[in-house]
Design a protein around this ligand. Structure first.
Ligand code: MN
Ligand code: MN
Length: 468
């Protein structure tokens, strides 16, 4: 029998924060549900390594759930579902609500690009009878982490005649893979004196792609010739076709369980595909919502959301304007009434590297989906700082839906920092806050998340879309 609580204990229970590890709050049934949910996530993450592939998988999944291509002149009725493709690299999913559009939209925004090595425009060269690809890294990376990692190649090549071919090599059983080589430790005395940012430099991120010469005594560059001849046979391309190509080298690993207890997920590109996948599952299961629900899957976040597939461009705004116009509303009114969750990951506290995170305010593995009021750097520079009112609204919503959630910040005050798409949504006059999954080893070739936190992100987006 419980012994009676003292006055102080009672008062503490009433007044102190009761937030704790989500496993201590959830029942077994829900924990099982979370683990099952993450099986689908791991499959998706393994199949959709780059933005173009994420779009293909997303549209296939959405179509199965009744989403149709958007018709900008159509007047949609409540419950109808459609999608808007942006250049094969970003997509908007929409479910029409019963409320008038100028009550605002319930919007979530995740990004589907991740740090990687892009091929340069003239990538292929031969040096000392070995063939390599020159790369230009994309997004913020610790460059040394990207050498000696098995890699695959994904993307598209547009040929001189305008036809194109998709490339995906290094993922299937039996496929060849690629890698950046590093110097053996025995001969690395000078290299090891370099600062960490230069252990491997950008121009040293050269991918080994072959070594077998074309059998001929006369011509030079026979290894390069042999590679081009293989590529020509397989893809019908010639050297200059690389100029009109987007080829991305990414880690060739599959998404897997981590830990004896299988409580974690390891895989490439979880920033931000963990939020993209969870918002995808949330919106495709949304039926007859009150507010019109929109999930945007954006490209280019890792390089500042620039470009016409990134959220600093107008593609989302124009979509809302067009939707409003067809339904007899002002686009400005619809946008100004809209509320959004910027669905992006945050740094998880790592006990091996405790220094840069204030434990009290940092996001913890298994403590649920993270609500981040502001990101930015130094004195909150470069962030949308969500209002107390909007944080209060989101807090109440998640509590009522039994979402396990926590708060997070992007490191200690002067430790560094970063940003998300939240500020670009805020610039449109939208109320917005960051909500996402804490990640260990963020931006590394292999990132780690918690199954419980991932499932809670899905629940968070779902209850946001279900608001009455
Ligand atoms: Mn991100
Ligand atoms: Mn990132």
């Amino acid at each position: 029998m419980d012994k009676e609580m003292s006055k102080a204990e009672q008062l503490k229970e009433m007044l102190f924060s009761q937030k704790k590890n989500a496993y201590l709050v959830m029942d077994e049934k829900e924990i099982d549900e979370a683990y099952d949910f993450c099986e689908g996530y791991k499959d998706f993450l393994t199949k959709a390594k780059i933005e173009r592939e994420f779009i293909v998988e997303t549209i296939e999944r959405a179509q199965k759930m009744g989403f149709k291509p958007y018709d900008k002149n159509k007047i949609y009725s409540a419950g109808e579902k459609f999608y808007v493709l942006n250049r094969g690299k970003a997509v908007i999913l929409c479910v029409m609500g019963t409320r008038p559009l100028d009550d605002g939209i319930r919007l979530t925004a995740a990004h589907i690009d991740s740090p990687r090595l892009d091929l340069k425009q003239h990538p292929l060269y031969e040096d000392k009878e070995m063939a390599f690809f020159k790369t230009h890294y994309y997004g913020g990376i610790k460059k040394y982490q990207w050498s000696t990692v098995p890699m695959s190649l994904h993307g598209v090549v547009v040929r001189a005649d305008g036809t194109s071919v998709s490339v995906n090599i290094g993922e299937d059983e039996g496929d060849p893979q690629f890698c950046v080589c590093d110097l053996l430790i025995h001969l690395a005395d000078e290299q090891m004196k370099r600062p960490a940012a230069k252990i491997i430099t950008g121009e040293e991120l050269n991918i080994l792609v072959g070594s077998r010469p074309f059998k001929d005594d006369k011509a030079s560059e026979l290894v390069k010739l042999n590679i081009l001849s293989i590529l020509n046979e397989k893809y019908g391309i010639i050297e200059d076709d690389f100029i009109s190509a987007e080829l991305e080298a990414v880690p060739a690993c599959k998404a897997v369980d981590i830990g004896f207890d299988r409580s974690l997920i390891g895989g490439y590109g979880q920033d931000d595909k963990v939020c993209a996948y969870t918002q995808l599952e949330a919106i495709i299961e949304t039926e007859n919502p009150a507010y019109t629900c929109v999930a945007v899957f954006a490209d280019k976040e890792e390089i500042g959301s620039m470009g016409n597939t990134g959220l600093e461009s107008s593609f989302l705004k124009y979509f809302i304007y067009r939707l409003a116009r067809a339904h007899g509303f002002s686009g400005i009114d619809v946008i100004s009434a809209t509320q959004a969750l910027s669905a992006d990951v945050n740094a998880a506290f790592d006990p091996t590297f405790p220094e840069p995170i204030d434990y009290r305010n940092g996001a913890k593995i298994n403590h649920g989906v993270t609500v981040t009021k502001y990101t930015g750097a130094r004195g909150k520079s470069g962030t949308s700082d969500a209002s107390a009112e909007f944080v209060g609204k989101v807090r109440k919503l998640f509590d009522e839906a039994n979402v396990q959630w926590q708060t997070g910040e992007l490191g200690k005050v002067d430790a560094g920092g970063g940003g998300t798409v939240a500020m670009y949504l805020a610039n449109l006059d939208i109320d917005v806050i960051d909500v996402g999954v804490p990640v260990l080893s963020m931006h590394a070739p292999f990132e780690v998340t918690s199954k419980i936190d991932t499932f809670m992100a899905y629940k968070a987006f779902k209850c946001f879309f279900a608001e009455k």
